[in-house]
Design a protein around this ligand. Sequence first.
Ligand code: FES
Length: 103
Amino acid sequence: MTKMLIGNVKDIDIKGSRKLRVGQTEIALFRLSSGEVRAVENRCPHKGGALSEGMVCGSSIHCPLHDWRIDLHSGTVLAPDTGHVTTYEVEVDPATGSLYLTI
Ligand code: FES
């Protein structure tokens, strides 16, 4: 596991997203309306939609292609659909706003 500095929480609007690539893995970052930042793989388990282009609603993301909903805490696809995406740990330094991703 590697912890890396990936930017600042100010770089992501509330209910907004950002994407980044680490090696072969594309990761989507989301800032929830609570201010919390979550990270998941940027690939919908249905047909590969880019989750970073979806809409944040509460603590879930709606895939932009066919509207599957995925919980951003657990990575679980919400019913009636099923599936899972990988989640990653993100920490925010409360003093500086620096964002750290563990992958
Ligand atoms: S590709 Fe995401 S819902 Fe179909």
